[in-house]
Design a protein around this ligand. Sequence first.
Ligand SMILES: C[S@@+](CC[C@H](N)C(=O)[O-])C[C@H]1O[C@@H](n2cnc3c(N)ncnc32)[C@H](O)[C@@H]1O
Length: 206
Amino acid sequence: MRDRLTAWLGLLRTRRVEVDGQTLVVPPGVQDPVLFRSGSWFSAIVAARARPGMRVLDLGCGTGVVGLACQRAGARVVAVDVEPAAVAAARENGLDDVCQGDLFGPIADQRFDLVAFNPPYLAGSIGGRGAARRALGRSLYGGPGLEVVRRFAQDLPAALAEGGQALMCWSDRAPETPAALLGPAWRIVAEERLADEVLTVWSPAQ
Ligand SMILES: C[S@@+](CC[C@H](N)C(=O)[O-])C[C@H]1O[C@@H](n2cnc3c(N)ncnc32)[C@H](O)[C@@H]1O
């Protein structure tokens, strides 16, 4: 309990965490892939599908944990995040091709073999001032009706190369499942039961 409290207070400063043998810089407000668990778990699932030369999009890259794991597998990675602090962190952590912008907007002319998104899956938003607070809000909250996730699913087909696949991380803390939110084509392809949370990975049937 004390460790968890210390970790939460630590969100207000820049930290370093280790994932799969690599040290990652985590600026204030950018999602900590170890504390929030989904980032480190999802990155291993996505990287297991990455192959040398494959074009991978790490959408909502945060620290770049997912893209970096794919890069280590030999994939050619492009990363996007709406939050400037996340873009800077992903570059500092070792991703070369990182764009700042909304979802597929900055890479609208590109097609990918694998698109990975660990989205903000809580409904709502957090207000208030300060860059760290804004970054944390963007990490966690996808809008009152999870519009970020809906827009992702709507624009996804145009970003996939022939035979391309998409993986989206989810949590049972979200108000709805992707199947309820986006339609029955979305299916679970991986699941992890933690003591207080169930993490899943979803993919749309081809
Ligand atoms: C749950 S965090 C995941 C971060 C990282 N991929 C991980 O797994 O640790 C969601 C990320 O999506 C980004 N994000 C939120 N809305 C976005 C949007 N409309 N376009 C691009 N990125 C967005 C946030 O800034 C945040 O970095």
